[in-house]
Design a binder for this molecule. Structure first.
Ligand code: ATP
Ligand code: MG
Length: 557
């Protein structure tokens, strides 16, 4: 098994090691700050593994902070889902759950302090005007005509903003920093906007809401965060993060450190766009097994171990890059290969009548679930006169290199006998409906006595004693490597074959009672999980987690 007790080192862990060595900090406190406006995706898993992994390895703590500064009406579903997902990934915030909205009063007090010190002002310009006068990367911005209001006037206006005396969008509170700064984020950034919107946590108490930049660093400071880890797009915001923190009195200033966000080929990681797929009914929900959400991956059959190991393997770097989705799939296969029991499942059945086997006679063949691991146990495979094999394991006119069944040829039936096809029955349209065959009775779980070679081995089930199953064959949700990139509308890039449902599959009896979320390998096919919502013992519905081998490499899909 793969070692996983401590995550590999990276540049952030090196910074932490130095901070501990120099006694800058005695304890490490990180946070994971999702905005509860959607379900978490595998990009968030990277951030979770990083932040909670550091807290675990340095015996510090990691806060779960709902970054709910944006007013929203229904966030409880998302808050609950976020907590369930973090726990499922194997992490715990040990009671340190916080909500940025709970800091609104503190933030407001600090805003008044900045106003009194002449470091913030109320601007009567519209959002449009503020944007237009901001300047460009090569030209400075134009100072607001309201920039030089007195602290008294500003304080009065800010209090009236807070009381709700002015219409939405009519004024903002802006920090007074430097309209000529080469960093656009420092050009008198907006701290508060007037928005009469209901907030799930604070109700209608507030009609002014803080911006992300103003709220985030101060929230970190309130919680005593030592290392505030965020994705690279916030790098240019760091001077503002620091400027805001310099204006307030806190025992320890948190340090923002940026790392590269996770991008994966054939995968779209944006809550907003994933939310659109859900809202427009293009998937069955946030937990659709094709979704890269943690809930979707869980329902698809991914294990938390696989996601954590994947996050360890991709590492944490300072430069953006895109990880091949095959790395994720191969990591999962590697773990499932050694842990998941194997069984036989015929996806598209073709009936075989064994002519030299009596009707009603059953041979119960003992077969281990995992050949290399007797502790996984075994089951009895019933062998009967009528069997099912996979339709595409038979070819009437075999192509070059085809080693499976065709008229006059032999195959090995997995765990059972060598079978020879004698004749083919077809319907009026020429479709093969049944094969007549004989078995070599001397080959029960062994090789032919005369030493003749049998080419292929195929899976099979008893026709009368197997059970029906529904299989959902999932494939990539998108057919392009970089969905949504550039001008492209991701809706037009969906893979039309991302879900195929097989109603007529047949499984061996041992699998029919699978509990929801039980995982199986169906030999020669793939890894499957009994669906969490739709599968019932006795009426199983299996989701394809991942095929045994990468089928896209040979241009499939
Ligand atoms: P999205 O763009 O999908 O909405 P977000 O960054 O807006 O993502 P948040 O809920 O604000 O979503 O993110 C919570 C945390 O997860 C942040 O610290 C953010 O940097 C991190 N995060 C989000 N997406 C990724 C990603 N693809 N890779 C690594 N970390 C990510
Ligand atoms: Mg966000």
């Amino acid at each position: 098994m793969i070692e996983e007790s401590r995550a590999p080192s990276n540049f952030i862990r090196q910074i932490i090691d130095e901070d501990l060595a120099s006694a800058k900090h005695s304890e490490v406190v990180t946070r994971f700050p999702p905005e509860p406006n959607g379900y978490l995706h595998i990009g968030h898993a990277k951030s979770i593994c990083l932040n909670f992994g550091i807290a675990r390895d340095y015996k510090g703590r990691c806060h779960l902070r709902m970054d709910d500064t944006n007013p929203a009406k229904e966030e409880q579903e998302y808050v609950d889902a976020i907590k369930a997902d973090v726990r499922w990934l194997g992490f715990d915030w040990n009671g340190h759950e916080y909500h940025a909205a709970d800091y609104f009063p503190r933030l407001y007090e600090w805003a008044e302090k900045l106003v009194r010190e002449g470091k913030a002002f109320v601007d009567d310009q519209s959002a449009d005007e503020v944007r237009r006068t901001r300047g460009t990367l090569t030209t400075p911005g134009a100072p607001s005509p309201f920039r030089d209001r007195s602290p008294e006037e500003n304080l009065d206006l800010l209090r009236r903003m807070r009381k709700g005396e002015f219409p939405d969008g009519s004024r903002t509170l802006r920090a007074k920093i430097d309209m000529a700064s080469p960093n656009l984020n420092l050009r008198d950034p907006v701290m508060y906007r007037i928005r009469r919107e209901h907030h799930d946590r604070t109700g209608d108490e507030w009609c002014i809401y803080p911006t992300y930049d103003w709220a985030h660093g101060e929230s970190d400071a309130i919680e005593g965060i030592t290392h505030s880890l965020c994705t690279l797009e916030f790098e240019a915001h760091r001077p503002l993060y620091d400027w805001y923190l310099e204006q307030i009195e806190v025992p320890h200033r948190p340090r923002q450190i940026e790392f590269a966000r996770l991008n994966i080929t054939y995968t779209m990681l944006s809550k907003r766009h994933l939310g659109a797929l859900v809202a427009e009914g293009l998937v069955s929900g946030w937990d659709d097994p094709r979704m890269p959400t943690i809930a979707g991956l869980r329902r698809r059959g991914y294990t938390p171990e696989a996601l954590r190991l994947f996050c360890d393997r991709i590492g944490v770097a300072k430069a953006d890059s895109t990880v091949e989705v095959e790395l994720l799939e191969n990591t999962l296969r590697e773990l499932l290969n050694v842990s998941v029991k194997r069984a036989l499942c015929v996806h598209r059945p073709l009936k075989v009548v064994v002519e030299n086997w009596e009707d009603g006679k059953v041979d119960e063949i003992e077969a281990p679930f995992l050949a290399d691991d007797p502790s996984a146990g075994s089951r009895k495979l019933p062998f009967t006169r009528e069997l099912f094999i996979e339709r595409d394991d038979f070819m009437e006119v075999p192509g070059k290199g085809f080693k499976r069944l065709s008229p006059g040829k032999e195959v090995r039936l997995r765990h059972a006998y060598v079978l020879r096809c004698n004749s083919v029955t077809k319907d009026s349209r020429g479709e093969v409906t049944e094969l007549r065959a004989t078995i070599d009775p001397d080959t029960r779980s062994g090789n032919p006595k005369d030493g003749r070679k049998v080419g292929g081995a195929v899976h099979w089930v008893s026709a009368p004693l197997s059970k029906p199953a529904t299989l959902r064959l999932y494939d990539r949700l998108f057919r392009v490597p970089n969905p949504g990139a550039g001008e492209a509308d991701f809706r037009t890039q969906l893979n039309p074959h991302s879900l195929e449902i097989l109603d007529g599959a047949r499984i061996e009896p041992a699998v029919a009672e699978a509990q929801p979320m039980e995982r199986w390998q169906f030999e020669r096919k793939g890894y499957y999980v009994a669906d969490a919502k739709d599968s019932k013992p006795g009426a199983p519905v299996f989701n394809l987690i991942v095929p045994l081998r990468d089928t896209w490499a040979k241009g499939g899909g």
